[in-house]
Design a protein around this ligand. Structure first.
Ligand SMILES: Nc1ncnc2c1ncn2[C@@H]1O[C@H](COP(=O)(O)OP(=O)(O)O)[C@@H](O)[C@H]1O
Ligand SMILES: [Mg+2]
Length: 377
């Protein structure tokens, strides 16, 4: 894939495609947020996936699909098998299986897994750039493809916890207790219901006070890092940390605790403003607190292919940051913004949508990068 070129899903700039409409029609189990009992809904599910398979029968990888305006042409394997697997008469699928099938994957080829747990902080002090959306959907994609993933919600708003439908009412054991009360991380981690292998350390509104409560504590910048040190992450492949929209102590804790930073950048005019401050903070943390820290990934989000501005911003970011920027661009997609209100990732909510397909490609790039760096086992 040539850099500088948004991939198929980003390039179309279309909210939804014929294929995703087909997927919606046969909206699979995941949409309702309920597990289907055997015999329920498998026929409709199959219809939806048939639509997907048509797209997937194309050349496969994203590059071949560019300009076709067909999100699901990005599916890279197993489209037809998916339909076969989901065909009438078969056992009804779990939401995760349904999502995988509609995404064009049957799990036949697993993605490369890192040798040890990759810890990635998703940061940008600007609000509304897609931090939470990216954390949740990349994590869901990676888990759907066989990885074991923990999402740490470090935003008092608890948006990632909401999107993953984990309990996070005030008083729930949460990241707050880990940071402020030294409670073990393992004691607050919850499994995400619909996606095996996906876990969440929830944030409650209590965390809003942590920014101040942390100030007088010993090693206040390294509280999360210390919690990770006491946590057995050996069974995990990824930890993704969703940061609040600020560069306060919570974000600094997230930067001290990991090696990799992923910066989502919204493809709009003000996108690059404030980025310098974020990079300066990352540098400061690197030189004083965490020498291993580096920006491993930049993800362009909310790309609107109908505007010149979006492509100009994308181009500028690529010029400036080069290979760190993922080839895949996440398009604006109504489905992406609807999913959290159903307590779901877009991957289970509407796996045929352009947003889900783009996150699938982006997650695969993230997984493949470890392979390129020789970090897989
Ligand atoms: N690709 C997208 N298409 C449409 N809406 C999006 C997309 N990504 C994010 N959104 C919406 O934009 C808003 C901000 O995204 P969010 O991930 O919460 O940003 P942040 O965590 O950086 O504040 C949310 O309402 C979200 O649903
Ligand atoms: Mg957020």
């Amino acid at each position: 894939m040539a850099t500088g070129q948004p991939t198929a899903t980003g390039a179309t700039g279309q909210e939804e495609t014929a294929t995703s409409a087909a997927a919606q029609e046969g909206r699979v189990a995941g949409t309702t947020g309920q597990r289907m009992s055997p015999g329920q809904g498998s026929a409709t599910g199959a219809a939806g996936k048939e639509g997907t398979a048509t797209g997937a029968a194309g050349p496969g990888p994203a590059a071949g699909a560019a300009g076709q305006g067909m999100a699901s042409a990005t599916a890279w394997h197993g489209g037809a098998e998916a339909v076969a697997a989901a065909g009438p008469g078969r056992q009804a699928m779990t939401p995760a299986e349904a999502a995988l099938a509609a995404l064009g994957g049957t799990g036949a080829r697993e993605w490369p897994r890192p040798r040890s747990c990759r810890m990635i902080t998703i940061a940008n002090q600007k609000g509304g750039v897609g931090k939470t959306t990216s954390a949740v959907n990349l994590a869901a994609c990676l888990a759907l493809h066989g990885a074991r993933v923990l999402v740490v919600d470090l935003d008092p708003q608890g948006n990632a916890s909401t999107a993953l439908a984990v309990e996070h009412r005030a008083g729930t054991a949460s990241v707050y207790n880990v940071l402020v009360d030294d409670q073990p991380l393992a004691s607050i981690v919850q499994a995400v219901a619909d996606i095996p292998g996906l876990y969440c350390a929830p944030a409650t509104i209590d965390l809003a006070g942590a920014e101040i409560e942390l100030v007088p504590l010993v090693a206040r910048e390294a509280r999360l890092s210390r919690a990770f040190a006491d946590y057995d992450a050996s069974s995990l492949d990824y930890i993704l940390i969703d940061c609040p929209p600020s560069l306060g102590l919570l974000t600094v804790n997230a930067l001290v605790a990991v090696a990799e930073v992923l910066i989502p950048i919204q493809c709009e005019y003000y996108a690059l403003e404030g980025l310098e401050q974020l990079l300066r903070t990352i540098d400061l943390v690197k030189s004083h607190l965490n020498p291993t820290l580096y920006v491993s990934t930049i993800l362009l989000t909310m790309y609107d292919g109908r505007t010149r501005l979006a492509s100009q911003v994308a181009e500028e970011v690529r010029e400036h940051f080069g290979e760190v920027v993922l080839s895949t661009v996440i398009p604006r997609s109504v489905r992406v913004s609807e999913a959290p209100s159903y307590g779901q990732s877009v991957m289970t909510y509407d796996p045929g949508s352009s947003g889900a397909q783009a996150y699938l490609e982006a997650a695969r790039e993230v997984a493949d990068r470890a392979a390129e760096l020789g970090q897989t086992g």
